[in-house]
Design a protein around this ligand. Structure first.
Ligand SMILES: Cc1cc2nc3c(=O)[nH]c(=O)nc-3n(C[C@H](O)[C@H](O)[C@H](O)COP(=O)(O)OP(=O)(O)OC[C@H]3O[C@@H](n4cnc5c(N)ncnc54)[C@H](O)[C@@H]3O)c2cc1C
Length: 492
C-alpha cells in the first residue's frame, strides 16, 4: 500500500491514538462508536501489539471459556472470556474463543493474536501501520503535536496505548550482562542446565514454568516472597503455581527470598551473590544461565518533557482516575499503562488494569470521557423509572462484567434526581466529584478474597459508604440486598 492510500494522513484530529495492541484497538473502537474524530497510528505492521510475540512461552495467563452459561454474543459472556475485546454489536463479541483449539481454557499466543486481528478486521478499526511516534510538543493554543515517521499530527488529546513491554532491569551491579525475559532463548537451549531467574512476579514464574521440562535446576530469586495467597486467587495461577509445587515436592526448583548484591560472569555462566531477606543467610548461586525477569516499562519517549510524571520506579505514568497524565493535560493513556490510575485500593486490592479483561473497560470509560470533554457528546443518561432503580442496581451487582472485572475500581452510577442510568465510571472519580444526588455500586473484594457489594450514596454533596454482606453464591440481585438498596436510595 502506498503512503497516500494509508488511513489517517498527518494533519489535525481531535484525538490521536498511538498503538495497535488491545488497548489501542479497544479505545479506537469506542471513539469511532462515539463519533469522536480521531487517528490511530502504530509502529507495528499488524494488529495485536505485544501478543504478536509474547508471552514468550506462547501461552497466555488469562482464560477464556468457550462454553459458558451465556452465549458468546451477550454482555454477560464477557465475564467468562477475559481476552476478547468489547463490542456493542453482538457479532463482534467473544471473538478469541472462536480461534481456540480448546486444549487449554487459556488461549495460546497465536489464538489471541488471531482473535485481536479478527476484531480489528470485522469491527473495521482503521490503523496507520508502520508509523512511529517520535516526539511531542505543545503549541501555544494548548494543542499537542506528535512528530512521527510519516509527519506531524496535531490534536486536542493524545491517547498513548504503548504497552508496558520495554525491558526494565533492577539496579543490580552486573545485571546488564544478564539476558532479559525478552531475550529468553529456545527452551531446548536450557536442557540440563541450572538456571537462576531474577524476579518472582508473573514473568519470572512464566520462565520457571516453561523451563521445568528442560532445566536441571531452577532458582527464582528476589527480595519479597511470592504472595501465594494472592496468586492462588488470580488468573495467573493457571500456569504459575507449578514451579511452587515442584519446589514443595523437591523437584529441583527453589524459590529464594533474597536481595541480590551483585552478579558476576564466570567461565561457564554466572555467579549470583545474594543476602536472604526472610531467612538470614548469604547465597552464592553458581549457574549455567541466568535470566532477568525484572519487569517492563512504558516507552514514554519525551513525554516527561511535557510534564508526564511516573510511579513504580519510573516505569508507569502517574494518571488521574480518567487516565490523564498528572501534570500533562490532554495526554491520556490506554491499555496496560492505565494501571497508573491506581484507584482507591481499598483493603489493598488493586485493579485488573494491567490485563485485557480490566483495561478493555477502562477504554470505554476513557472514550466516553473524551467525547464529553471535547464537547462531541454528553455522557449518555438513560432514564429509569423509579421502580426500576433497585432491580437494576441489584442486577448489576450480580452480573455486570465491568464491576466483576474491575472490583472496587469501576462502579455503576444511577442519578437519583430523575432517575437515570449514568453508566460505568471510575469509583475514585465518583467519590471525589461533586454533583446531584446519586448512588454508585461496586463489587469489592478484601485481601482474603471475600467478595461483597459496596454501595456509595451521594446526597446533598456528601458520600455515605456502605458495605453489604457477602453471599456464598454471590446472589446480590435477591433479598435482602434489594431491601437494603431500597433503604439506601430512600425508597419506601
Ligand atoms: C510477559 C507478559 C505476559 C503477559 N500476558 C498477558 C496475558 O496473558 N493476558 C493479558 O490480559 N495480559 C497480559 N500481559 C499484559 C499485556 O501487556 C497486555 O494485556 C497487553 O499487551 C497490553 O496491551 P497494550 O495495548 O497496552 O500494549 P501492547 O500490546 O504492548 O501494544 C503496544 C502498542 O504500542 C505500539 N507502540 C509502542 N511505541 C510506539 C511508538 N513510539 N510509535 C508507535 N507505536 C508504538 C506498539 O507497536 C504496539 O502496537 C502480559 C504482559 C507481559 C509483559
Amino acid at each position: 500500500m502506498g503512503s497516500s492510500e494509508l488511513p489517517f494522513p498527518p494533519g489535525d484530529y481531535d484525538v490521536v491514538v498511538v498503538g495497535s495492541g488491545p488497548g489501542g484497538l479497544q479505545t479506537a473502537y469506542f471513539l469511532e462508536r462515539l463519533s469522536v474524530p480521531h487517528a490511530v497510528l502504530s509502529a507495528d505492521d499488524a494488529p495485536g501489539g505485544m501478543f504478536r510475540k509474547w508471552p514468550i512461552f506462547q501461552r497466555l495467563l488469562s482464560w477464556s471459556k468457550p462454553e459458558a452459561p451465556f452465549g458468546r454474543d451477550t454482555r454477560e459472556y464477557e465475564w467468562y472470556d477475559h481476552n476478547s475485546l468489547l463490542a456493542e454489536e453482538s457479532g463482534l463479541r467473544g471473538l478469541v474463543p472462536e480461534f481456540m483449539d480448546r486444549s487449554w481454557a487459556v488461549p495460546s499466543r497465536v489464538e489471541m493474536e488471531q482473535g485481536l486481528a479478527a476484531f480489528a478486521d470485522r469491527a473495521g478499526v482503521a490503523v496507520r501501520y508502520g508509523c512511529r511516534w517520535q516526539s511531542t510538543r505543545r503549541e501555544e493554543d494548548g494543542r499537542l503535536v506528535l512528530g512521527t515517521t510519516d509527519g506531524e499530527y496535531r490534536c486536542r488529546a493524545a491517547v498513548f496505548a504503548l504497552g508496558v513491554t520495554e525491558p526494565w532491569r533492577s539496579p543490580i551491579p552486573g545485571i546488564e550482562e544478564v539476558p532479559h525475559y525478552a531475550e529468553t532463548g529456545e527452551p531446548a537451549s536450557y536442557a540440563g542446565k541450572s538456571v537462576v531467574v531474577i524476579g518472582k512476579r508473573n514473568s519470572g514464574f512464566e520462565i520457571a514454568d516453561g523451563l521445568l521440562p528442560w532445566a536441571r535446576k531452577i532458582t527464582l530469586v528476589s527480595p519479597r516472597p511470592a504472595e501465594t495467597s494472592v496468586i492462588a486467587l488470580a488468573s495467573i495461577r493457571v500456569r504459575y503455581l507449578q514451579p511452587l509445587e515442584d519446589r514443595a515436592l523437591g523437584g529441583g526448583t527453589y524459590v529464594l527470598d533474597a536481595a541480590i548484591e551483585r552478579i558476576e560472569r564466570t567461565s561457564t555462566g554466572f555467579l549470583v551473590v545474594a543476602n536472604g531477606t526472610t531467612h538470614q543467610a548469604g547465597y552464592e548461586l553458581d549457574c549455567d544461565a541466568a535470566l532477568a525477569a525484572t519487569g517492563f516499562t512504558t516507552p514514554l519517549g519525551d513525554l516527561g518533557g511535557l510534564g508526564v510524571r511516573t510511579v513504580a520506579q519510573g516505569r508507569i505514568p502517574a494518571l488521574t482516575p480518567h487516565f490523564e497524565a498528572a501534570g500533562a493535560p490532554g495526554v491520556f493513556f490506554a491499555g496496560n499503562a492505565t494501571q497508573g490510575a491506581a484507584g482507591l485500593r481499598k483493603r489493598g486490592v488493586g485493579a485488573s488494569s494491567p490485563a485485557v479483561h480490566g483495561f478493555r473497560y477502562n477504554a470505554k470509560v476513557l472514550a466516553e470521557h473524551l467525547a464529553e470533554r471535547l464537547g462531541v457528546r454528553d455522557r449518555p443518561r438513560r432514564p429509569l423509572a423509579r421502580e426500576e432503580v433497585v432491580p437494576f442496581l441489584a442486577g448489576e451487582l450480580a452480573r455486570a462484567p465491568e464491576l466483576w472485572a474491575q472490583k472496587g475500581y469501576l462502579c455503576r452510577v444511577v442519578g437519583l434526581d430523575g432517575p437515570s442510568d449514568d453508566g460505568i465510571q471510575p469509583l475514585e472519580h465518583f467519590v471525589d466529584a461533586s454533583g446531584g444526588d446519586a448512588v454508585a455500586v461496586a463489587v469489592e473484594m478484601d485481601a482474603g478474597g471475600t467478595i461483597y457489594p459496596g454501595v456509595y450514596v451521594r446526597q446533598e454533596g456528601r458520600i455515605r459508604e456502605v458495605e453489604l454482606e457477602p453471599h456464598p453464591l454471590n446472589e446480590f440481585d435477591r433479598e435482602p440486598y434489594r431491601r437494603e438498596l431500597a433503604t439506601l436510595v430512600g425508597e419506601p
